[in-house]
Design a protein around this ligand. Structure first.
Ligand code: DGY
Length: 328
């Protein structure tokens, strides 16, 4: 029997490329060319499966242009690049990579919080610029972390991982807000207290955003929300660009309406709002929260296993819209 045709839309570990080649008639992009939506659609012609990352938009226009497509396996837990409604309407399965990146991403969230509060990037730039001539009592004096109040907006698996690190490792008081409240045993495990969003913004010394992006969460942190935060507070975004209004945040940082921010994700990334590049009190990283070799390999393996599971064995591991499976 002929192998199903699959497009690997981005460069990936050679081991994963080899695994996919064993099962599929594979077209790949190991040169990691940046494709327009039209180029992606052209390369998908005749393919039943696609291995995507969060960067490839799968929407109704693309699905109309690629009628053979049956499955898109995202190498990411977030799937806001998928129009899942359109995929379901077209009978196309979407899969993501939950769980395998939870602890690694929580580690990074905490690292970014620490770097932001303790002004690590800013002080390193100062040193590299040759400006360090002597010790001074208030040089790069930042915000305390241990024993302060950690706020978490979005309390899924990664949010819970950050809460545990704060509560158990740093003796922080943890408050959180989420669409739904956690069951009491999880709240106890995270030592976290559920509060309304405004109270969260008002009380957090360090606020971490870990909520999924959707029309509902677009600009969940805009000028009005930033205005509720303490002037001494820090904000960390490891969720998705678009959850924070980056222009409003840059203005708040410039005017010292909050102390500092740490951002791993941006509106319109890889472009970064020019005003953010001008303010010193922000740590900027290029969407690397899940980037350890072990975790990125586990994510790639799960995405590949979803394609193999569905196209070879009829059983994906982590489907996002399992309703399409009924008729397949
Ligand atoms: C994810 O898994 O959603 C990360 O942001 C990597 O894209």
């Amino acid at each position: 029997m002929a192998k199903p045709a699959v497009l690997l839309a981005r460069a990936v570990f050679p081991e994963i490329l080899q695994l996919l080649q064993e099962h599929f008639d594979l077209r790949h992009n190991q040169a990691d060319e940046a494709w327009t939506p039209q180029q992606l659609a052209a390369r998908l012609q005749g393919c039943t499966g696609a291995f995507t990352t969060g960067s490839e938009r799968i929407d109704a226009a693309l699905l109309d242009a690629c009628p053979q497509l049956k499955v898109c396996a995202n190498m990411a837990v977030g799937f806001n690049n998928f129009d899942l409604k359109a995929m379901t309407a077209h009978g196309v399965l979407g899969t993501n990579t939950p769980d395998v990146l939870t602890e690694t991403t929580a580690d990074f969230g905490f690292a970014l919080l620490m770097a932001t509060a303790r002004r690590i990037s800013e002080s390193e730039h100062f040193l590299r610029a040759g400006r360090w001539d002597r010790w001074r009592y208030d040089m790069f004096a930042g915000a305390e972390v241990h024993g302060t109040t950690l706020g978490i907006l979005g309390m899924g698996r990664i949010g819970q991982g950050i809460a545990r690190r704060g509560a158990h490792g740093f003796g922080m008081k943890v408050v959180y807000h989420n669409r739904s409240r956690l069951p009491p045993e999880l709240e106890a495990d995270c030592r976290a207290t559920y509060v309304g969003k405004d109270e969260l913004l008002r009380t957090a010394d360090h606020l971490v955003l870990v909520l999924p992006y959707s029309a509902e969460s677009h600009h969940a942190m805009g000028a009005a929300e930033l205005a509720l935060m303490k002037p001494t507070a820090t904000l960390v975004n490891i969720a998705r660009g678009g959850i924070v209004d980056d222009a409003a945040l840059a203005a708040a940082l410039r005017d010292k309406r909050i102390a500092a921010a740490g951002l791993d994700v941006f509106e319109g990334e890889p472009k970064v709002h020019p005003d953010l590049l001008q303010v010193p009190n922000v740590v900027l990283t290029p969407h690397i929260a899940s980037a350890t070799i072990t975790t990125r390999m586990a994510m790639a393996r799960l995405a590949a296993d979803n394609l193999i599971g569905f196209l070879v064995h009829g059983k994906p591991l982590t489907p996002l819209n399992p309703e399409v499976l009924g008729g397949s």
